[in-house]
Design a protein around this ligand. Structure first.
Ligand code: RIB
Ligand code: CA
Length: 308
């Protein structure tokens, strides 16, 4: 089996860190680059944290490019209350050995996708969509090199997590999200509607903690820290596996159910600012994921980190 070429655009972020551990542990994925964006914490920290995870996973061969330091239009928002001031709650931050790759993430996306074969790359997006939208505006022709965008973002029936209607990644840059969803590039969207079905429940962490090897222990540290922060804000609920859902979908799509749809974003000022609107449509440019098999999801994670 030829590993699938992917580029990961993220804002680590505790759940981004868990997602990166899964992606970098999988022989089925060929992570060609990581691009970072301002989101959960400022860009300097998301960029450091991404490089930390590459070092922890012994993958310092993967270039990490820093991208946009702020949203396209709205004032910046961050989420330290869910990720810690470091953005990597649960781990002791350190300065990674490998420096940032030279050049802006958006330019790297454009150069890579222009040189790609048609549909060669899958782009995983787990932060605000600022980098992706900027690349599309600067070079619309890059769509040719993209198989699909696999995006963690949005909410429909579940309601929002940063306002009653908006999910953080979309709320943090709704204009960027609108550009991406309007671009006609195929998107698979894993929203709160599905990520809230898969949470780091104590019994699941007990099974992970029992696995041999340092990586399972590191993942448990991250998830336990995320649970402490989540419980402070969300009535004692355990942390949802938001960003890890993108990699789980890529590796085991049979664990999920989805519907064709057309997704749009409310960018008008007001209480619906950043809300995703989902019109189920056959056919539609977007795949809206609605269900996940949580047991299968965690069994996949256990396989990825077992004895590593
Ligand atoms: O709403 C959850 C999303 O916002 C996740 O990507 C999390 O990392 C934060 O960025
Ligand atoms: Ca994220």
């Amino acid at each position: 089996m030829v590993p699938r070429p992917i580029i990961i655009d993220c804002d680590p972020g505790v759940d981004d860190a868990v997602m990166l551990m899964m992606a970098l542990a999988s022989p089925a994925l060929d992570v060609r680059a990581i691009t970072t964006v301002a989101g959960n914490v400022p860009l300097n920290l998301t960029s450091r944290n991404a490089r930390m995870m590459c070092q922890i996973m012994d993958r310092t061969d993967i270039p990490v490019f820093a991208g946009c330091p702020r949203p396209i239009l709205r004032e910046p928002v961050t989420a330290e209350h869910f990720h810690g001031d470091s953005g990597i709650a649960g781990l002791d931050p350190f300065e990674p050995d490998a420096p940032l790759a030279a050049g802006h993430a958006v330019q790297h996306l454009i150069d890579t996708l222009r040189a790609a074969r048609p549909g060669q790359y899958t782009i995983v997006v787990t932060g605000p969509l600022t980098n992706i939208a900027t690349a599309i505006i600067m070079a619309p022709d890059i769509a040719r090199g993209i198989d699909r965008l696999v995006i963690m973002g949005g909410a429909d029936t579940e309601g929002g997590n940063i306002t009653p209607f908006a999910e953080f990644n979309i709320f943090a840059d709704p204009h960027a999200a609108a550009i991406v969803f309007d671009s006609a590039i195929p998107c698979t969207v894993l929203s709160l509607d599905v990520t809230h079905q898969v949470r780091a429940e104590p019994e699941r962490l007990t099974l992970l903690r029992a696995l041999p090897g340092p990586r399972a222990a590191i993942m448990v540290q991250l998830l336990e820290a995320a649970n402490v922060l989540e419980a402070r804000w969300k009535e004692g609920r355990m942390t949802p596996m938001h960003d890890p859902a993108t990699i789980a979908w890529l590796l085991a799509p049979g664990l999920f159910e989805s519907h064709q749809a057309t997704v749009s974003v409310d960018t008008a000022p007001g209480d619906r600012f950043g809300q995703t609107r989902v019109a189920l449509s056959e056919p539609g440019p977007h795949e809206w994921v609605t269900m996940a098999d949580a047991d299968g999801f965690f069994a996949l994670i256990e396989r990825l980190v077992n004895n590593t």
